[in-house]
Design a protein around this ligand. Structure first.
Ligand code: TA6
Length: 317
């Protein structure tokens, strides 16, 4: 029986700190009571900072980064959609730029959500992009009615990224999607990637030929630009996790869902020397791009269909 004059629900305790989320001048910053924080530019919905409770920055951003919207952000986590790599001739994305338009587009902040428990330990930030967020020439070059919802969830020592793609129109379209994450390192020469052994990879530096990875701990000792195909998580290896190790200790654990590929990229000395917006030039020693995505085969959506893929980075140091 309904009680008369039921007291209002108790608010989350005023004494338990809550996550904070600010939006200023096109930049969203979220902070947890634990001190973990994340910063996202609406330009490209690019994550430019992820700090754990110790205050340690987990992402690499070039000190010559251009943040005025005139070019994609060099570092952090740029988004790649609808095409990975250089535009592909004779494909619907052939008129777009390298890595597509998502990282240069004006995304909308859709809002935040966090669990109601007092002293919450996570906050989810949602961003949206549709044809209206694209400059006319780009819309003309890829004339499909698409909808993207990109969610960034910050929790203690973890950053979860999820991209949902919807075909809002009737014409089917094909796309690639990838999180182009620049992980911050102390020293690339002390860094290895574990979890790729026996997987196949396309070597972008060797004519896109396919090889099998022999290393249990992959060292990065020269320019590296490889797209791996990961084993589908099974009951045996249900956590098909990748582990970035520094001096033998895990520094990042990376797990993904519905993303069959991961690109491992370090431009090394010469490639970085040629990048005007990449500074300092010895910065190649302090980053590794570990980029989960779905990029070796086109993903196809019929009208009304939806695709989603997600990745979780856990910082261990
Ligand atoms: O993901 C690796 C890669 O495709 C490399 O080939 C290199 O071009 C890198 O992306 C950076 O590309 P960007 O267009 O951001 O300069």
């Amino acid at each position: 029986m309904e009680r008369k004059h039921r007291p209002p629900p108790l608010p989350a305790s005023p004494f338990m700190p809550q996550p904070t989320v600010d939006l200023n001048n096109g930049v969203v910053t979220a902070r947890l009571p634990s001190g973990d924080s994340v910063t996202i530019y609406l330009y490209g919905a690019t994550v430019t900072s992820w700090k754990t409770s110790s205050g340690k920055e987990q992402l690499f951003v070039s000190s010559a980064v251009v943040l005025d919207g005139s070019k994609s952000i060099r570092g952090g986590i740029p988004l790649v959609f609808p095409n990975f790599g250089p535009p592909i001739k004779d494909h619907a994305t052939g008129g777009l730029r390298q890595h597509g338009f998502a990282r240069n587009a004006a995304w909308e902040f859709l809002g935040k959500s966090s669990s109601e428990s007092a002293g919450d330990d996570s906050v989810k930030l949602d961003f949206g992009l549709g044809p209206s967020g694209l400059a006319e020439p780009i819309r003309a070059n890829w004339d499909y009615n698409f909808g993207l919802v990109y969610s960034v969830t910050l929790s203690k020592n973890k950053l979860h990224l999820s991209l949902l793609v919807k075909n809002e129109g009737t014409k089917p379209f094909e796309f690639h999607a990838l999180f182009h994450t620049y992980l911050a390192l102390k020293d690339i020469s002390q860094t290895t990637v574990h979890g790729l052994r026996n997987t196949q990879y396309v070597d972008r530096l060797l004519g896109d030929k396919t090889f099998q990875e022999e290393h249990d701990e992959l060292p990065i000792t020269a320019e590296t630009d490889r797209v791996y195909t990961l084993p589908v998580a099974t009951s045996e290896n249900n956590d098909a996790a990748l582990v970035v190790k520094e001096a033998g200790s895990p520094s990042f654990v990376v797990t993904s869902e519905s993303l069959p590929n991961v690109t491992v990229w370090n431009g090394w000395i010469d490639k970085i020397k040629g990048m005007r917006d990449f500074e300092p030039k010895d910065g190649y020693k302090r980053y590794l791009c570990l980029e989960p995505g779905s990029v070796l085969k086109w993903n196809k959506l019929e009208g009304g269909e939806v695709w989603s893929g997600s990745t979780t980075y856990e910082a261990k140091l």
